[in-house]
Design a protein. Structure first.
Length: 241
């Protein structure tokens, strides 16, 4: 809450602000392995940012901290001037339900629900799966190209179709912030390219803020901003834009 002035314009830096994030994991022998040592970064509103870094550098760990799914040892996570790291569990859960969409590498669709029910799920959590919500869910499924598959169960979809469903689910409640953890990591190159184009198109059309982890230099190069996680720190690559 503190430092950002009220009335941020769409171009104000630091829609997502990370300050001095430290995160370690406790090993079985009682020692701590540091993963993130001092991550400070600003992700501006309505931009697409890519985070790259070698396997094990802490990319998923960092996204989980931004989603409030995990807590840092030290440091501040602030989203749209709300300090996530100062909220209790209930407030964090409510904030996440309303304001954050998450796309996983392995889709994480619920197998016992149809595609449409999966997409409606975030709305149900917000008690917003009413007629308008259903219309939004149908429209999104049309826009991601799987409208005809609405009543199918996820195990009957291809990988690309599952990720399209997961994108619709992540966007259905109009989150301020979309976090994507290697959303194309489990897709072939062409399908990955299509899914990436679709995701960035929808995000830009709805003026959302997207932060995605990717191993693909080509996808990273399409982002507005590029960050690299290295030795526990997050370095912004200034040559990007
Ligand atoms: N719950 C946990 N307990 C202990 N160690 C963990 C835990 N989660 C992650 N780690 C370790 O933290 C490090 C960073 O993991 P993380 O999943 O964030 O890496 P990543 O950059 O996303 O890697 P990848 O590109 O392979 O997905 C790894 O060494 C991992 O083994
Ligand atoms: Mg990861």
């Amino acid at each position: 809450m503190q430092e950002t002035s009220p009335g941020s314009s769409p171009t104000t830096p630091g829609f997502v602000r990370l300050r001095g994030i430290v995160k370690s994991y406790l090993e079985e022998d009682g020692t701590r392995t540091p993963i993130l040592e001092n991550v400070t970064a600003d992700f501006p509103r309505s931009t697409v940012s890519a985070i790259v870094g070698r396997s094990g550098s802490g990319k998923t760990t960092l996204l989980n901290l931004m989603a409030g799914l995990d807590q840092p040892d030290q440091g501040v996570v602030e989203i749209d001037r709300f300090q996530l790291t100062a909220m209790n569990d209930t407030a964090t859960t409510l904030f996440r339900r309303r304001s954050i969409g998450f796309i996983f590498q392995f889709f994480n669709l619920l197998p016992s629900l149809t595609v449409l029910e999966n997409v409606l799920f975030p709305l149900a959590l917000n008690q917003a799966d009413d007629a308008m919500g259903q219309q939004r869910a149908f429209e999104l499924l049309e826009r991601v190209g799987i409208g005809k598959r609405a009543h199918t169960f996820p195990d009957r979809l291809s990988g690309g179709e599952r990720q399209r469903a997961a994108i619709a689910r992540a966007l259905v409640h109009r989150p301020l912030l979309l976090l994507a953890d290697e959303p194309t990591g489990n897709l072939d190159h062409k399908t990955g390219r299509d899914v990436m184009a679709l995701m960035t198109h929808l995000v830009r059309a709805e003026q959302m803020t997207l932060i995605m982890v990717t191993h693909s230099e080509a996808f990273a190069a399409q982002a507005d901003l590029l960050f690299r996680l290295e030795e526990g720190r997050c370095l912004q690559k200034p040559e990007q834009h």
